[in-house]
Ligand binder design. Structure first.
Ligand SMILES: Cc1cc2nc3c(=O)[nH]c(=O)nc-3n(C[C@H](O)[C@H](O)[C@H](O)COP(=O)(O)O)c2cc1C
Length: 338
C-alpha cells in the first residue's frame, strides 16, 4: 500500500474514518470570523473543487480548501504539456482552466455546500480586469457554501496574471473595489515576484483586505533539449513545491512585519516541520499544494505532525506559536543584503 494511506492508528483515509481535528483541540484556529478545525487547508488548483479529493481524505476534518480559480467566463486553459516535474518540485501552466462563474455555481458549489460542514471553502477568483474580478465576487456573493474569497492577483502562467499583484496602485484600487462588493472575508493571494512583498501586504491591509495568502508560484521554464523547445505548451509556467519553501516562509515573515492581517502560508509544504516554519514566521493557517500530488494524505499528516509538535513542546494552543519566531538581538535588516 502507498506509504501515505496507512495511518498509525490503522485507519484508512479512503474510508473517511479518521478524526484528526476532533483529537486536537489545540489546533483549532479562530480567524476570518470562523472556527477552523485544523490549520491545514488544500491550496487552489491542487484539489479541484473538492469532490475530486473526497474519496482520498476526510475533507471535512481538515481546515478547508481553496477552490480552483473561478473567472467570469469559462476558460479552456493552456495547450499541453501543462505540467512537468522539476528538481525540487514541479512547473505548471494549466492556464486557469475553469467552468466560469455560472458553471461553478451550477456544477461545483452544490457539492461543496452539501458535503463540507466544518471545513471552510475559499473561492479563488481571477479576472482579466478589475471589473471581471468584481463581477465574479458580486455574482457569487448571494450564494451559500463558502466562507470567503481568495483573490488571485499572482498567477504567472496566464497573460496579465500578475498584473494586479505587481503594481501597487492597481492592487490598491482592486482591493478597494472588491471590498465594496462583499462583506465576506477577502484574502489577497500575493506573488513573491516583487521587490518587497511587505509593501504589497501593507497595501492590501490599507485597502481593506481581511487576510493574505503567501505565496503563489514563481515563473520558470523547462527546456526539452531533444526538440530544442520549451517543454511546457505555454513556454513558461509556475514553479511550486519544496524548492520554493524558503521563499514562501520569507514572504510570510515580511508580510507579518508590515501588516497585521491573518496570513495563510503556502509554498513547498510537505510535512509538519515545513508548516511550522510558516507558522513561526507569522502564518495562522497553511495550505498544501504540490505535496498532495505526491501523497494525497499530506494534509492529514501535516495536521497530525503539528499536533505532535504541540504536545512534545508543551504548547497548549497553536496560536501561541503564530509569529513566535525568535529574532536574534542585532539581527540584520529585513531584506537580505547582497
Ligand atoms: C497544478 C497547479 C494549479 C494551480 N492553480 C492555481 C489557481 O487556479 N489559483 C491560484 O491562486 N493558485 C494556483 N496554484 C498555486 C498553488 O495554489 C500554490 O500557491 C503553489 O502551488 C505553491 O504551493 P505548493 O508549493 O504547496 O504547491 C496552482 C498550483 C499548481 C501546482
Amino acid at each position: 500500500m502507498h506509504r501515505g494511506l496507512r495511518l498509525p492508528g490503522g485507519g484508512t483515509r479512503l474510508g473517511g474514518d479518521l478524526t484528526p481535528a476532533a483529537s486536537s483541540p489545540g489546533l483549532v484556529q479562530r480567524v476570518f470570523g470562523a472556527e477552523f478545525p485544523s490549520p491545514v487547508l488544500l491550496a487552489s488548483g491542487t484539489c479541484g473543487y473538492g469532490q475530486e479529493y473526497a474519496d482520498l481524505i476526510p475533507l471535512d476534518e481538515i481546515g478547508g480548501l481553496v477552490t480552483k480559480a473561478v473567472s467570469l467566463e469559462p476558460r479552456p486553459g493552456n495547450p499541453p504539456h501543462r505540467v512537468a516535474e522539476t528538481p525540487g518540485g514541479m512547473i505548471n501552466a494549466i492556464g486557469l482552466e475553469n467552468p466560469g462563474l455560472h458553471g461553478f455555481i451550477a456544477e461545483k458549489l452544490p457539492w461543496l455546500r452539501e458535503h463540507l460542514r466544518r471545513a471552510h471553502v475559499f473561492v479563488n477568483v481571477v479576472g482579466h480586469s478589475a471589473e471581471d474580478f468584481a463581477a465574479v465576487v458580486r455574482g457569487l456573493d448571494g450564494e451559500d457554501g463558502f466562507l470567503g474569497y481568495e483573490i488571485n492577483v499572482s498567477c504567472p502562467n496566464v497573460k496579465g496574471g500578475t498584473m494586479f499583484g505587481t503594481d501597487e496602485r492597481a492592487l490598491a484600487d482592486l482591493v478597494v473595489r472588491l471590498r465594496g462588493c462583499t462583506e465576506r472575508p477577502l484574502v489577497i493571494k500575493l506573488t513573491p515576484n516583487v521587490p518587497d512583498v511587505g509593501d504589497f501586504a501593507r497595501i492590501c491591509e490599507e485597502a481593506g483586505a481581511d487576510g493574505l495568502s503567501a505565496i503563489n508560484t514563481f515563473p520558470g521554464m523547462v527546456v526539452d533539449i531533444g526538440r530544442r523547445e520549451p517543454l511546457i505548451g505555454n513556454k513558461s509556467g509556475g514553479v511550486s513545491g519544496p524548492a520554493i519553501l524558503p521563499m514562501g516562509v520569507y514572504a510570510t515573515w515580511r508580510a507579518r512585519q508590515t501588516c497585521g492581517l491573518p496570513i495563510m502560508g503556502i509554498g513547498g509544504i510537505r510535512n509538519a516541520d515545513d508548516a511550522l516554519q510558516y507558522i513561526l514566521a507569522g502564518a495562522c493557517l497553511v495550505q498544501i499544494g504540490t505535496a498532495s500530488f505526491v501523497d494525497p494524505g499530506a494534509a492529514v499528516d501535516v495536521h497530525e505532525g503539528i499536533s505532535k509538535y504541540l504536545e512534545a513542546n508543551g504548547v497548549a494552543r497553536l496560536e501561541d506559536l503564530v509569529g513566535a519566531l525568535q529574532a536574534r538581538p542585532g539581527a540584520g535588516p529585513a531584506i537580505p543584503a547582497g
